[in-house]
Design a protein around this ligand. Structure first.
Ligand code: PMP
Length: 384
């Protein structure tokens, strides 16, 4: 089997698994305990926070550990909305966000907030003019993802960040950075980002672990109350083994990013090249998108059929974002880019990691050509 679903989750490095089990085994004390084992855990967490902060060039006190990006996105969006609602109740996001962002905004709408969902162009990018036009005096938060998880579009976060602050200096800017970190350069300070979300399992760390960068001086309404962990922003016993493992993976991802981008972009371009040449396939990603994501469709053929045909040939691809793959409606993201219902129902995502070989790419091409050839007669039958 060859795994082409790195945007859904990545295989943890062996070293990360070793670290995780070692910390679980030896440093099981509760960091809130005031004896020696508790103290050991506190030191490990402190060091992990420093490593994560260094990878983002921010301060350790600006890092809040969470149970993953879903929680970090919920905390950023609902926490900011509830904290700053006395300034205004208008929020802005896009139509192509991950479910953990999109659904948070839908919930806030039910709670009486007004939400503007910005459209995207045919490449999946938000137009700067639409952001400028949407920002008002009472806009308290804008949330825009860096890299789209379904088709790899990269939003110009630096320009967007500057424009938001130019229009309203008090409007907070949250970025879901899950698919961008380690894949493309990240520069929070220059971008003017106030809140930034990451998930460890997207950069070869453990699942169920992530973080939220919260710019110094910002307040959020905590969603989980209880103990005073994470500077009072997220109650609950810290997950020491996972945090230590995430920090290690984060340092590796950050240091490895330039090589990742270079190597994987070349492989991505090869894949884009052969998909363009297979009759019947429509390509939706391009060379300007994230290096690790390729999205295409085989109009008329349900995504699941092509996915399973490829699986029988040993190729594990994805129909869409893993969190939405059990939904039957066509992808909201692809429909927002202007794709037809038929195209959006037949989307396939190939996502690359740092260890694919040229030989594996050749095998993927071979499998894809064979699968399309095998399925073509079914399309013809469907038309008759
Ligand atoms: N945002 C994006 C862009 C994602 O791709 C994902 C994972 N599919 C998440 C948020 C949620 O991450 P987690 O699995 O850590 O909850």
């Amino acid at each position: 089997m060859i795994y082409w679903d790195h945007a859904a989750s990545t295989p943890p490095y062996e070293d990360i698994i070793r670290t995780l089990t070692e910390v679980m085994d030896k440093h099981y004390g509760n960091p809130s305990s005031i004896h020696q084992l508790g103290g050991d855990a506190v030191k490990l967490i402190k060091r992990s926070r420093e490593v994560c902060a260094n990878a983002l060039y921010v301060k350790p006190t600006e890092i809040i550990f969470t149970s993953g990006a879903t929680e970090a996105n919920n905390l950023a969006i609902k926490g900011a909305a509830l904290q700053y609602m006395s300034r205004g109740k208008h929020l802005i996001t896009t139509m192509v966000e991950h479910a953990s962002v999109y659904e948070s905004f839908l919930q806030l709408q039910q709670w009486g907030f007004e939400v503007t969902f910005l459209p995207v162009d045919s490449h999946g990018c938000v137009r700067l003019e639409s952001i400028t036009a949407a920002i008002r005096k009472d806009t308290i938060l804008v949330s825009i993802m860096h890299v789209n998880n379904e088709m790899g579009a990269i939003q110009p976060i630096d320009v967007i960040g500057q424009e938001i602050k130019r229009c309203n200096a008090l409007t907070l800017f949250h970025v879901d950075g899950v698919q961008g970190f380690g894949k493309v350069p990240v520069d929070l300070k220059t971008w003017g980002v106030d809140l930034y979300t990451l998930s460890a399992h997207k950069f070869r760390g453990p699942k169920g672990t992530g973080l939220l960068y919260v710019r110094e001086g910002l307040k959020l309404m905590p969603l989980l109350t209880g103990g005073s962990q994470e500077f009072g922003l997220r109650a609950g016993t810290e997950n020491t083994p996972h945090l230590v493992a995430m920090a290690k993976a984060m340092r590796m991802a950050s240091e490895g990013q330039p090589n990742f981008t270079k190597k994987v972009s070349i492989q991505r371009n090869r894949i884009l090249g052969f998909i363009r040449n297979i009759e019947g396939l429509h390509l939706h990603s391009n060379e300007f998108g994230a290096p690790h994501i390729v999205q295409f469709s085989f109009p008329g053929m349900k995504s699941e059929v092509l996915m399973h045909t490829l699986e029988l040939q040993g190729m594990l691809v994805s129909t869409r974002s893993a969190c939405s793959s059990k939904q039957t409606a066509p992808s909201r993201v692809l429909l927002s880019m202007g794709l037809s219902h038929q195209e959006a129902s037949s989307g396939i995502r190939i996502s690359l990691g740092d260890s694919h070989t040229e030989e594996e790419i050749s095998q993927l091409e071979h499998a894809l050509r064979a699968a399309v050839e095998q399925l073509h007669p079914l399309l013809e039958q469907g038309r008759n």
